[in-house]
Design a protein around this ligand. Structure first.
Ligand SMILES: *[C@@H]1O[C@H](CO)[C@@H](O)[C@H](O)[C@H]1NC(C)=O
Ligand SMILES: *[C@@H]1O[C@H](CO)[C@@H](O)[C@H](O)[C@H]1NC(C)=O
Ligand SMILES: *[C@@H]1O[C@H](CO)[C@@H](O)[C@H](O)[C@H]1NC(C)=O
Ligand SMILES: *[C@@H]1O[C@H](CO)[C@@H](O)[C@H](O)[C@H]1NC(C)=O
Length: 357
């Protein structure tokens, strides 16, 4: 082959396939809002709450403040775009916000608002982050994000589980929890609209999982009727009603706001499928924790939770769905993320790479 042919050969057979495969030449900046399901160390940074090993053992080999043995769904989503894992907004040392920031804090609700770290407070923190970036940019500091990066960014929202769960814990009846749903949804709506007013145009909204299948709930709630999967029926029904409202809200947001993408992701169906078909996915005892105490059926005792004196943890080779009774294992999170990325559970069915710039 002469040089020209080599060049053509090289282009078509080596470079072209690579350029077709790597969809994400410029990953989006990501801003995430939520609770422990996507907290990458915010609670520890904010309050010094102890999150000890074995949290983190499967991937980080140390605790990072994530409530899991390894990566969370948000981590896998970042990795799928070849972007770094998100730094918690409140982590002052060693953080790198050039690819976005994570405002999620474990335990967060939408209501009551104006308390740390309710969704509206997380959005206020974002507003401050954006204003500070503009201020620093004006002062000639170029390492911060420019205004255009905020409008191109992807805004992920994953919240609601604690609003429902805490209401049940406080003793509210099914009907009372059901009646709270519209005000929780109104908070999510306000936050999305606030982020839109700040320039956000791309939103990715996770619905809430089957909280009646969490070992923590199963162990604490006595005398409730269980469904065919062994989960608390009333909890899951409320979660589904919330999700139905969230789905409709996303539909409304798409028509109310100009030039937006709002993707609604059905996490509930993904998680329930994994619990219902656990053995087909290679998991055992989907309603039992890997890390906890008390033994079967749930291995959950609120006096001895994972990482605190007296806990017991499963063998690192075993595959559990639930890590600590509330949070999922890295193995389950990896599977959930791969199902999210399939787009089968998304409305509309946009590829995650769509958000690459
Ligand atoms: C991420 O990087 C890997 C390895 O460099 C590449 O194969 C893959 O296509 C990239 N993915 C995206 C979405 O850019
Ligand atoms: C921050 O992260 C970006 C990409 O995620 C990377 O290119 C950059 O080198 C990092 N900066 C520092 C100081 O580590
Ligand atoms: C379970 O519920 C029934 C009917 O609501 C009630 O009579 C019974 O006392 C309850 N048992 C326990 C252990 O709470
Ligand atoms: C379990 O798997 C079967 C077969 O793939 C599927 O039809 C069913 O919907 C799954 N169950 C749940 C609850 O998702």
């Amino acid at each position: 082959m002469n040089h020209c042919c080599i060049a053509i050969f090289y282009f078509f057979f080596l470079l072209l396939p690579i350029s077709l495969l790597s969809h994400c030449t410029r990953p989006p900046i990501i801003f995430n809002f939520g609770d422990s399901n996507s907290d990458t160390g915010g609670l520890v940074a904010a309050l010094g709450f102890p999150v000890n090993l074995p949290n983190g053992r499967a991937f980080f080999a140390k605790s990072t403040g994530r409530l899991s043995d390894g990566r969370l769904i948000i981590d896998f989503l970042c990795q799928s775009l070849n972007t770094s894992l998100l730094s918690p907004y409140l982590d002052s040392l060693g953080s790198n916000f050039s690819n976005g920031a994570n405002f999620a804090i474990a335990g967060s609700c939408t209501l009551p608002k104006n308390v740390p770290f309710a969704l509206n407070i997380q959005v206020k923190q974002f507003t401050h982050f954006k204003a500070r970036s503009a201020e620093l940019l004006d002062a000639g500091i170029n390492s911060v994000l420019g205004n255009d990066r905020f409008s191109d960014a992807l805004y992920i929202i994953d919240i609601g589980q604690n609003d429902l769960a805490d209401s049940f814990t406080k003793g509210l009846s099914y009907v009372q929890v059901f009646n709270k749903i519209p005000s929780v949804l109104a908070e999510i709506e306000n936050s999305v609209k606030e982020l839109y007013d700040q320039g956000g145009r791309k939103f990715w909204v996770h619905n809430t999982g089957p909280l009646g299948c969490l070992p923590q709930k199963l162990a604490l709630v006595q005398n409730d009727s269980l469904d065919s999967f062994g989960c608390i029926s009333s909890y899951n029904e409320v979660a589904q009603l919330f999700n139905e409202g969230l789905r409709k809200l996303c539909q409304e947001l798409r028509s109310d706001m100009k030039d937006v993408s709002v993707v609604y992701v059905d996490i509930y169906s993904i998680k329930l499928d994994i619990i219902a078909n656990s053995s087909a996915y290679g998991f055992s005892s989907p309603l039992m924790t890997c890390c906890g105490s008390g033994g079967p059926p749930y291995n959950y005792d609120k006096r001895v939770s994972c990482g605190f004196t007296g806990y017991q943890v499963c063998d690192q080779q075993s595959r559990f769905v639930s890590w600590d009774g509330v949070h999922y294992t890295e193995a389950a999170n990896a599977l959930i993320a791969s199902k999210i990325l399939s787009t089968d559970y998304s409305t509309p069915n946009l590829n995650f790479e769509f958000f690459c710039q």
